[in-house]
Design a binder for this molecule. Structure first.
Ligand code: FAD
Length: 510
């Protein structure tokens, strides 16, 4: 396929794939007024069981998509995530429920099809977003003005940028000639979603049973639902495991049977770990499972994809409207890859603990872990913030996710909106240059006064000696400042970097 010679595009952005990542990106771009066409191969929503957990940062991103209140009603907070051996001895205990700095529980359990339905409703309320279901993209071409897509039905679409949110076996990744780094992790698991007829209390809510006879995951699948996952043993075939009768046999020891439960879905998945060699080829970008894949033991696969969408949406918006140079898009992979890799590596580490079918190996593991276990739950490792990219190079706290303070009227983001925010406790911001503030306004920036700051925010600001906080639209800190003059300098620095005129269409086929 050759790209159209003319520069006219049907949309600013064509998103290929309407899973949770494609839908979230469509919402964030649509909210910014960008025209979007989403191309999805299946006529109906994907019905099989997948994600059940998201973290607080992802909850906040969903909140910025305008679905926060409904989402809170269809999730349950997860407190303890415990790892036990076959005898029931605790090997690991994660969990923390006390504070909610981002305005969301640290961990929430949910049902992915229900989330996708909610996202779909929000997408359909946005006038600049068009959804085309039942169209499979099979060809891609690009030039300096845009990218063209052709579907298997022979229809053509043209957009200024294409984002491949088309999942683990991404067609867009292949068509853009982007390879993958495979980290060599392969385990097959039967995943079963169950609705129990009568409510039961599961304490702790989420457990991994590290039993070499059958490594098993037992977790919440959102309010009213439970998820069981059973590892395929070396002597079992895929067909033996991927069978409804087998699912009921494996559920029986948990007192779950057809007389007290409905089996909603079951499917065998191969858990894998890999990431794309590049996340951008000129006008084509990858996000979600197309860019990275990880085993689900940390519940981070979809979360990583939602972070991609939050990182990419505002950058595409600024570039598409000539408010930032194209080179800003290079910061997408630069900023997102380290976090995605850390999530992949942590998930693999957890996988190595549970995916042990050998008794002697499991016994040695149990002995080492039980000796080191602490009864006080420990924090799951936090993902790294941004060490590079569009952040101030030396400002303290640059690159961290900033908290969502409680303010009069609710959560900060609901009251002040998401976008560039210069948050301050300073009453007199008179020294901020008017012209700089006008420029800030032109990139969707706004100053927001925290008065009074909630105790968590007050403590943080005092500890950091910060009076001003410059927050990006994806909630990461560009930097902090102590004085109004420093805050002005922070804004000037951002302006200089967004005004730099260097093009970057790296990866355009010659
Ligand atoms: C058992 C299991 C448990 C999991 N648990 C968690 C968890 O607890 N927490 C978590 O964060 N993550 C979890 N994950 C991962 C999570 O489900 C995925 O990361 C997430 O669904 C990926 O979303 P996506 O939008 O990138 O891709 P997908 O949801 O795979 O969507 C891709 C879409 O692209 C479409 N498509 C593909 N090719 C084309 C084409 N050529 N043309 C048009 N359309 C195309 C597909 O039809 C599909 O709809 C789990 C995964 C599994 C399997």
């Amino acid at each position: 396929m050759t790209a159209h010679a003319d520069a006219d595009a049907d949309a600013d952005v064509a998103i290929v794939g309407y899973g949770p990542v494609g839908a979230t990106l469509a919402i964030l771009l649509g909210q910014l007024g960008r025209s979007v066409v989403v191309l999805e191969r299946w006529p109906e929503r994907y019905p099989l069981p997948r994600a059940v957990h998201f973290d607080d940062e992802v909850g906040r991103i969903f909140q910025s998509c305008g679905i926060g209140e409904e989402l809170r009603r269809m999730t349950e907070p997860a407190d303890i995530y415990e790892w036990r051996n076959a005898a029931g001895t605790t090997l690991l205990r994660f969990g923390r429920v006390s504070d909610q700095p981002l305005g969301w529980p640290r961990s929430s359990m949910f049902n992915q099809p229900a989330l996708e339905e909610l996202l779909d409703r929000r997408v359909r309320s946005l006038p600049t977003v068009e959804i085309r279901r039942g169209v499979e993209v099979c060809e891609l071409a690009q030039d300096e003005h845009g990218a063209s897509l052709r579907t298997t039905d022979g229809d053509d679409f043209r957009a200024r940028y294409v984002v491949g949110c088309d999942g683990a076996n991404s067609t867009i990744r292949d068509l853009a000639h982007i390879g993958v780094h495979d980290l060599g992790f392969f385990y097959d698991w039967l995943v079963v979603d169950v609705v129990l007829d009568d409510a039961r209390v599961f304490d702790p809510l989420n457990v991994q049973i590290c039993d070499p006879a059958r490594p098993t995951t037992v977790v919440s699948g959102g309010p009213g639902r439970r998820r069981w996952e059973f590892m395929r043993l070396p002597h079992e075939s895929l067909d033996e495991l991927n069978d409804e009768r087998r699912a009921w046999e494996l559920l029986a020891p948990w007192d779950v049977h057809p007389r007290n439960a409905q089996l909603e879905r079951h499917a065998v998945y191969t858990f894998r770990a890999r990431y794309a060699e590049r996340w951008r080829a000129a006008r084509v970008l990858l996000a979600g499972d197309a860019a990275h894949l990880m085993p689900p033991f940390a519940g981070q696969g979809m979360c990583a994809g939602i972070r991609d969408a939050a990182n990419l949406a505002w950058k595409l918006d600024l570039v598409l409207t000539d408010r930032a140079p194209e080179a800003l898009l290079d910061s997408y992979e630069q900023e997102r890859l380290p976090s995605a890799r850390a999530a992949i590596e942590f998930s693999m580490e957890l996988g190595k603990v549970i995916c042990v079918p050998d008794e002697a190996e499991a016994a040695a593991r149990d002995e080492a872990m039980a000796a080191a276990v602490r009864l006080e739950p420990m924090d799951a490792p936090t993902l790294p913030g941004l060490a590079t990219g569009l952040i101030h190079p030396i400002s303290p706290n640059a690159g961290q996710v900033w908290m969502q303070p409680a303010v009069q009227g609710g959560h900060f983001d609901d009251v002040h909106g998401a976008g560039w925010r210069l948050v301050t406790v300073e009453a007199d911001q008179g020294a901020l240059d008017e012209e700089t503030l006008q420029w800030f306004d032109s990139i969707g920036g706004r100053a927001a006064r925290l008065h009074p700051a909630d105790p968590l925010a007050s403590r943080w600001l005092t500890e950091q000696n910060a009076t001003y906080v410059l927050q990006r639209p994806d909630f990461y800190l560009y930097g902090t400042a102590t004085t109004t003059a420093d805050a002005s300098a922070l804004l000037d620095d951002l302006r200089a970097r967004l005004s730099a005129h260097h093009s970057s269409l790296k990866g355009l086929p010659s």
